[in-house]
Design a protein around this ligand. Structure first.
Ligand code: SIN
Length: 488
């Protein structure tokens, strides 16, 4: 691997300040989704390794939580600086294990660093309240304290940003963490942890355990069921989120769940069409469509349906599909053969039921897991693609007649993560923004992720918010203090 700093490529887990193998010495392979070559191996950790990591985290808690917010902030700021200094290496590692184009990987490392920047500041602002008492002689205040050891379970689609979006607020609040990165993208995570270690974050405060997808329950169950873990933060599918929630119930843990989405993207008849096409392209093809806030149902008013669809198809057909290391690559591979198969099935099912392919609709000859950017029209609600998250570079376009109808269609899903719409009518903008049943709404904006706004969903898309001032609250408990006898 052509890294400037070769010591950033680490194939071990990290417990109590030490890079270790699994106790069993078992390992698993991590493959490059672009060419199916082996990137490296990672320890296949067991319940025993997980318990060791949890105990190390617990031991570190007392000292870490007693630091001032400003002291913790200094560590997070150093980590932030090291992330940016090593952006090229981190991006290359990410492209090799995730497949995303190198420019997208660099953009993700920058995105990841926004959270270390933001939460280094928020560490100093975990304010409590003074509450006017209703009884003479009493004073009431609240203070905020760290939750305790947090289990951080992160996905493969954003191997860096989902770690910093969870770990930076946890550290800022005073919580130690045990990170379990996705089995398919552990090396971005180990590199980030190495940089945290170089930033001087004390032993035990950050731990990382890896496990293959097939054995994931060995680690996941322990994180969810161990009494010493006081919170689980997870980003991933709604199905897995439900399993984790049921497993955490036995010890009544705090949870943050950032789960699946099925975003509507509505283009009204009064929209700026150029902007709507740009927004749809940026949204749909980010990370080859493997994004939980990606548009999965593009609703276009009947008066502009053909024009919008043709323009989107033309631009989609111009995207460069290639190995993420190739200069100018814009669309990388799908993460696994199963992910590729799902995309293929959704397109086949739609076509069988009457959809038309304007562009794409087949695999790309860059490799066996590459799918061409695809635009489908004549989509209806009998098709799988209408109700299920595709997680690929496929843009299904649905025709609508009026505002009420499209809002009803957009809300007709169990998901509620992100929604988008384009309009220039201020009255309609307010009405639609309020009517969409989603945690986040982009208005004339196709990409809305930022560290300063609360990211999260409603309905089966999750619980809790990440980023923003809300993000640190997920790692804090509120304690109410009542002082009596103040006046004699
Ligand atoms: C995700 O897909 O899980 C996160 C996307 C984002 O943060 O923008």
């Amino acid at each position: 691997m052509d890294l400037k700093d070769k010591s950033l490529f680490i194939q071990k887990c990290f417990i109590d300040g030490h890079w270790l193998d699994a106790e069993s010495k078992e390992i698993f392979d991590v493959m490059n989704p672009s060419d199916q070559t082996k990137v490296g191996t990672m320890p296949n950790c067991s319940k025993k390794d997980t318990v060791k990591a949890i105990e190390a985290a617990k031991k570190s808690w007392n000292n870490w939580k007693k630091l001032t917010g400003k002291e913790r902030s200094i560590f997070i700021r150093k980590w932030h600086n090291l992330i940016l200094e090593n952006i090229d290496d981190l991006a290359l590692i990410m492209t090799l294990e995730n497949g995303k184009p190198i420019n997208d990987s660099k953009a993700e490392i920058t995105y990841a660093s926004w959270f270390t920047d933001w939460f280094a500041e928020e560490a100093k602002r975990t304010y409590g309240k003074t509450i006017p008492s209703t009884m003479q002689g009493r004073r009431i205040i609240t203070i905020k304290q760290s939750v305790g050891v947090c289990g951080i379970i992160t996905p493969w689609n954003f191997p860096a940003a989902m770690i910093t979006r969870k770990v930076a607020p946890a550290l800022a609040a005073g919580c130690p963490v045990v990170i379990k990165p996705a089995g398919s993208t552990p090396f971005t995570a180990t590199a980030l942890v190495e940089l945290a270690n170089r930033a001087g974050i004390p032993d035990g405060v950050i731990n990382l355990i890896s496990v293959s997808e097939k054995d994931v329950a060995n680690v996941g169950d322990e994180l969810c069921e161990n009494l010493n873990v006081r919170k689980i933060s997870f980003t991933g599918s709604t199905n897995v989120g439900k399993i984790l929630m049921s497993k955490t119930a036995g010890t009544v843990k705090r949870v943050s769940m950032e789960l699946g989405g099925h975003a509507p993207f509505i283009v009204f008849e009064d929209a700026d069409l150029d902007e709507a096409v740009i927004g749809a392209m940026a949204n749909k093809y980010r990370n080859s469509g493997q994004v939980c806030v990606s548009a999965n149902r593009i609703y276009v008013h009947e008066s502009i349906y053909d024009e919008f669809s043709n323009r989107l198809a033309e631009k989609s057909s111009q995207l460069k599909v290639a190995d993420g290391r190739t200069e100018g690559s814009q669309i990388g591979p799908l993460i696994t053969p199963q992910a590729f198969k799902k995309v293929e099935e959704h397109v086949e099912d739609a076509v069988e039921k009457g959809a038309k392919i304007l562009t794409g609709g087949t695999n790309d000859n860059s490799g066996v897991q590459f799918y061409k950017p695809t635009v489908l029209t004549d989509i209806n609600n009998n098709m799988k693609i209408y109700y299920e998250e595709t997680f690929g570079p496929v843009a299904p376009i649905i025709k609508f007649k009026n505002e009420n109808e499209v809002i009803e269609m957009a809300n007709d899903t169990k998901y509620g993560l992100a929604g988008y719409f384009y309009s220039r009518d201020i009255g309609k903008i307010w009405r639609v923004a309020e009517a969409l049943e989603y945690g986040m709404v982009g208005i004339n904006a196709g990409v809305i992720s930022t560290e300063v706004a609360p990211f999260g969903g409603i309905k089966e898309s999750g619980i809790g918010r990440e980023g923003a001032e809300e993000g640190i609250e997920e790692y804090l408990e509120i304690k109410y203090l009542c002082f009596d006898g103040v006046e004699k």
